[in-house]
Design a binder for this molecule. Structure first.
Ligand code: AMP
Length: 280
C-alpha cells in the first residue's frame, strides 16, 4: 500500500491504472473507526483498486467549530487501512488542496436549507467542494459514503447526477456501538457520563420507529421524541426532524408517508452528534 501526500504523485499513479479498472474511493477525515472500516472493506471487496482519502477539510467547519481539535491519527489510520487491504491512501496537505482563497461557492437548492445544512451554515458547500475535488483528482468509478451523514449522501448523489460525474455513489449502512450509539470520530470527546447518555439519540429514533403506527402527525412524533429526550438531561437537542427519506422534503402527514425518515442532532457538552433512522 502506498501513501500519497502530493497531488502530482497521486495523479501520476491514477493515470497509470489501466482503463476499465474498477476504482473505489472512500473519502474520510481520518481518526478512523469501525464505521469507516466497513466502508473500506466494502470498497476493497467491490473494486480492483481502492483509495482511502484522509483530509480534515477546513471549508466544512464553521468558525466556532472543532477544526483545530478534530482528532488526528495518521499512523493508526494507515495501519488499519493497510490491514483492510486498500491499495492507496491520499492524505494531502491543506495548502495544496486550497492554494487560493475560494472564488466559487455552491448554492444547493432545497437540500441544504435544513438539518445540518441549516445548523452549520456553509458546511454543505464545503462538503460538495472537497468531494468534487477528490472526484476530479482520484477519478473513482465507485465512491463510498456512510448513511450516518444521510443529508450529505443525498446531496452528493444529486451532485453526481447533476454534474455528470462518471461514477456510482454507494451508500453504506450506519455502524453502531453495542448499545446503539452511531460510531463517530467525535465520540472520543465524550466524558463517561456523556457517553452513557449519548445513547439517547438512537433510543429516541428507535422508539419513534416502534411507535410510528400510533403517531397521528409529524408534529406528534417530534413532540414524543422531545419528551423521551428528557430522560437524557446531558443531551441538548439541536434538531429532531421527520422528512421524506428520498427527497428530504417535509411530510404533509405521517400515517400516509411512504418513506418517513427521522433525523436527530444534539450537543453533549461541546460535542455535536448526529443520527438518523428510516421509520418505515
Ligand atoms: P468522516 O471521517 O466523519 O468524514 O466520515 C467519512 C465517511 O465515513 C462518511 O461517508 C461517513 O458517513 C462515514 N461514516 C462515519 N461514521 C460512520 C458510521 N458509524 N457508519 C457508517 N459510516 C460512517
Amino acid at each position: 500500500m502506498q501513501l500519497y501526500s502530493q497531488i502530482d504523485a497521486l495523479r501520476h499513479m491514477r493515470q497509470g491504472l489501466p482503463s476499465g479498472t474498477r476504482i473505489g474511493l472512500v473519502p474520510t477525515m481520518g481518526a478512523l473507526h469501525q464505521g469507516h472500516a466497513a466502508l473500506i472493506q466494502r470498497a476493497v471487496a467491490e473494486n480492483d483498486f481502492t483509495i482511502v482519502s484522509i483530509f480534515v477539510n477546513p471549508t466544512q467547519f464553521g468558525p466556532q467549530e472543532d477544526l483545530s481539535r478534530y482528532p488526528r491519527d495518521l499512523q493508526g489510520d494507515q495501519q488499519l487501512i493497510e490491514s483492510l487491504g486498500a491499495d492507496a491512501i491520499f492524505a494531502p496537505i491543506t495548502t495544496d488542496i486550497y492554494p487560493h482563497q475560494a472564488r466559487f461557492y455552491f448554492e444547493i437548492r432545497d437540500l441544504a436549507d435544513k438539518l445540518c445544512g441549516a445548523s452549520r451554515p456553509g458546511h454543505m458547500n464545503g462538503v460538495v467542494q472537497i468531494v468534487s475535488i477528490l472526484f476530479h483528482l482520484c477519478q473513482p468509478t465507485h465512491a463510498y459514503f456512510g448513511l450516518k451523514d444521510y443529508q450529505q449522501f443525498v446531496i452528493i448523489q444529486r451532485l453526481v447526477e447533476e454534474l455528470h460525474f462518471p461514477l456510482e455513489v454507494v451508500p453504506c449502512p450506519i455502524v453502531r456501538e453495542a448499545d446503539g450509539l452511531a460510531m463517530s470520530s467525535r465520540n472520543v470527546y465524550l466524558s463517561p457520563e456523556e457517553r452513557q447518555q449519548a445513547v439517547g439519540l438512537s433510543r429516541v429514533l428507535q422508539h419513534l420507529r416502534a411507535e410510528r403506527a400510533t403517531l397521528p402527525s409529524v408534529e406528534a412524533a417530534r413532540q414524543l421524541g422531545q419528551e423521551l429526550l428528557q430522560a437524557y438531561p446531558l443531551v441538548q437537542l439541536d434538531y429532531l426532524e421527520i422528512l421524506d427519506g428520498r427527497t428530504l422534503a417535509p411530510l404533509p402527514n405521517l400515517p400516509e408517508a411512504r418513506h418517513p425518515h427521522a433525523f436527530i442532532a444534539a450537543f453533549l457538552g461541546k460535542t455535536r452528534l448526529i443520527d438518523n433512522l428510516a421509520l418505515s
